[in-house]
Design a protein around this ligand. Structure first.
Ligand SMILES: NC(=O)c1ccc[n+]([C@@H]2O[C@H](COP(=O)([O-])OP(=O)(O)OC[C@H]3O[C@@H](n4cnc5c(N)ncnc54)[C@H](OP(=O)(O)O)[C@@H]3O)[C@@H](O)[C@H]2O)c1
Length: 389
């Protein structure tokens, strides 16, 4: 697998990393520990060198598992972990709040070093911003740990741009980790432009929509009571049904390109910026191979081709029809996502390119949408549209 640099000064890591959260908990009953050790080692053999864990996963046991599994490959891998939650001392609940007091950060670092069985933490993220502790104090604590050689790089998770800038002014932020995928696009508005400006890498978590974008989950899927998704509104049958259009479209795009929906979802993320490194989570070797396949040169070349070719009038017209159709079909869910996906359907990763994107947006008016949607739905294959000049 090819490598990407996390931020301008960060480490080089495999283009697709591995989220390790599910190897001990979160999505159903805990998998067999020994099997997960073998699984993580196979991941290295398949070329993954970027592994994501946290003190809070388990808590503690995920770091222990990752540390044990990756010990034979210490020099080859970059292990990211996270601090900043207050854990329940009774052990009955996993997390009771946030705690990024500098003294607590330093305690967590000592614990993580032991559990991961490493001399230095490669990347230490604040898991959630703590409203009671100024971010400058947090960055200062991590700067001290870096000075002591206990931490190599500083990261933030789910931080807004004001926080990122303030932290970065105290200690260089190597990477920000937040949810980002085809159905969660919040970071595009402010975070990604800020990271680009500051030279900070971006690590999308839940890049497969917690499994939904793979096409393996639908409104009839039932989850084990220990599965975290039972608590998420987006995994209610109604929401899953409403969003199914998005996954169907991914499947359609995938079938044309010889790829699975998961691969299209990941290739799309990889196509956004060269400093984005998704960390899909899985506990199954065949799925890991599939996810890593999203970074294969052929897939990326395809994205590159789309990137460098202009959009023809015909493509814009087709985009208009698809958009209208998708909007009409998808009114119950998220029209904006439908738009993005429809545009992808026609020109690949187009919306990363503001001029092309703006041009297509400009061509779709509310009246167009209504008129075209009716035609599109009535006779979807025969609609011909002339772009407005
Ligand atoms: N910073 C934060 O606050 C935060 C929050 C959430 C997650 N994370 C990190 O991000 C990582 C990834 O996020 P995530 O695990 O929440 O979501 P995800 O990567 O979007 O999806 C994981 C789910 O998808 C399934 N899956 C993976 N590949 C698949 C494939 N090819 N086909 C079908 N199903 C597939 C997995 O099941 P199987 O295991 O059965 O394959 C799992 O249930 C986590 O492991 C964690 O390290 C960070």
């Amino acid at each position: 697998m090819q490598k990407r640099r996390l931020g301008t000064r960060g480490p080089e890591v495999s283009e697709v990393g591995l989220g390790c959260m599910g190897t001990t908990s979160s999505y159903g009953p805990a998998p067999d520990r020994q099997q997960m050790i073998l699984f993580l080692r196979s991941a290295v053999e398949l070329g993954a060198t970027f592994f994501d864990t946290a003190e809070a996963y388990g808590p503690f046991v995920n770091e222990e598992l990752v540390g044990e599994a990756l010990a034979p490959f210490r020099e080859q891998v970059v292990i990211a972990t996270k601090f900043g939650f207050e854990l329940d001392p009774t052990g009955e609940r996993e997390l009771v709040g946030v705690d990024s007091r500098p003294e607590h950060i330093k305690e967590v670092a000592e614990g993580s070093l032991k559990r991961l069985n490493v001399d230095a933490i490669d990347l230490f993220y604040q898991h959630r911003v703590d409203p009671d502790v100024p971010i400058e104090d947090v960055a200062g604590a991590v700067r001290d740990l870096i000075g002591e050689g206990k931490v190599k790089h500083f990261g933030l998770s789910e931080a807004a741009v004001g926080t990122i800038r303030r932290a970065h002014a105290v200690q260089y932020v190597t990477a920000v980790q937040s949810e980002y995928s085809l159905w969660t696009r919040g970071p595009e508005a402010e975070v990604l432009p800020t990271l680009k400006e500051l030279g900070i890498g971006f690590v999308p978590f839940s890049p497969l929509g917690r499994g939904f974008l793979t096409g393996k989950i639908d409104a009839n899927t039932t989850f084990d009571s220990s599965d975290f998704r039972t608590t998420l509104p987006r995994f209610t049958p109604t929401a899953l049904e409403a969003n199914q259009t998005l996954v169907d479209l991914l499947s359609k795009i995938g079938s044309r390109k010889g790829a699975t929906p998961a691969q299209i979802a990941l290739a799309w993320l990889l196509g956004q910026q060269p400093w984005i490194v998704p960390i899909p989570g899985t506990t199954k070797l065949e799925r890991l191979e599939e996810n890593i396949g999203a970074a294969e040169p052929a897939m990326l070349r395809e994205l590159e081709r789309v990137r460098t070719e202009g959009v023809t009038e015909e493509e814009v017209a087709r985009a208009r029809a698809y958009v209208a159709g998708s909007l009409a079909m998808d009114r119950r869910s998220n029209a904006r996502h439908a738009w993005y996906l429809a545009f992808y359907e026609v020109v690949g990763v187009g919306w990363d390119f503001p001029d092309r994107y703006a041009r297509a947006v400009e061509m779709v008016t509310a009246a167009d949408v209504q008129a075209v949607a009716q035609q599109y739905l009535a006779r979807p294959t025969t609609v011909v549209l002339q772009p407005r000049r």
